[in-house]
Design a protein around this ligand. Sequence first.
Ligand SMILES: Cc1ncc(COP(=O)(O)O)c(C=O)c1O
Length: 289
Amino acid sequence: MSGGAGRVYLNGEFVRRSDAHLDIEDRGAMFADGAYEVVRYFGGRGFALGKHADRLRESLAAIRIEPPGDVERFAGVSDELVACNGLADAELYWQVTRGSGPRGHLFVAGARATVLVIAYPSRALVVGGEPKGVVVVLREDLRWHRCSIKSLMLLANVLAKNEAHEAGADEAILHRDEVVTEGTSTSVFVVRGGELWTHPADQWILGGITRAIVLDVARAEGMVVRERAFTTHELLTANEVMITGTTTYLAGVLRADDAVIGGGQVGPVTRRLHAGLVGRIAGECGLGG
Ligand SMILES: Cc1ncc(COP(=O)(O)O)c(C=O)c1O
């Protein structure tokens, strides 16, 4: 994401960015006490907005924040923010915190949730384009035990992503005791023996929306799909490895640490699933091929 556009949505109002102010005691800043979503717009239409709104409600329920009315109007608020910024291709960041009050671990009685939405201009979808090839590093997963919540608490992800960047890689793939969980902002798939494997959507990973769509595409194409955990060794010796996410779409992993994957080329299953995913986005957003 690069610099945000002119207007943002803050607690029910569309205001100029320079007029948007958060309280210095907002619990989002002090405790990462909140949840977030990132959604994409293509040609002025939002993709999978209902799924993102549902996941935001689930994250908020899991951390005991009553979803504010704005979340019920997720699609309407998002559409209006994209339109009032004159954008067609955009990335929207939704953040809901427990509100503000004197700093203390206990919830603040009567605090009202803070809702902030920022629209960032982004690239248009290239229909018929090739999947990107990426390089990853493997890192210990140092996050908490409730990774299915899309919590604001991203420090472990931020540190691992920066380690990847410093190593000249695009993403860090995380593992717990050699069991691969996911990337810092992506879901991870491997192809082994003609089967597609990805970690089950349990407490150890975020249930990625792109992950679910890719699983659906794979099943529709008759592939054998297994939601099962796999080891770093199984990843390093896989025929193909891919990562998926709202901002990544679906990219093929060409190298992980020192291991070259699939001869250093994006493989055929990765290409097929990428084409299927792009087709779903283009279909839902009414974009021609
Ligand atoms: C930890 C983590 N895993 C996976 C994903 C991919 O999820 P989605 O496909 O819903 O963007 C993200 C997205 O930000 C993430 O932060």
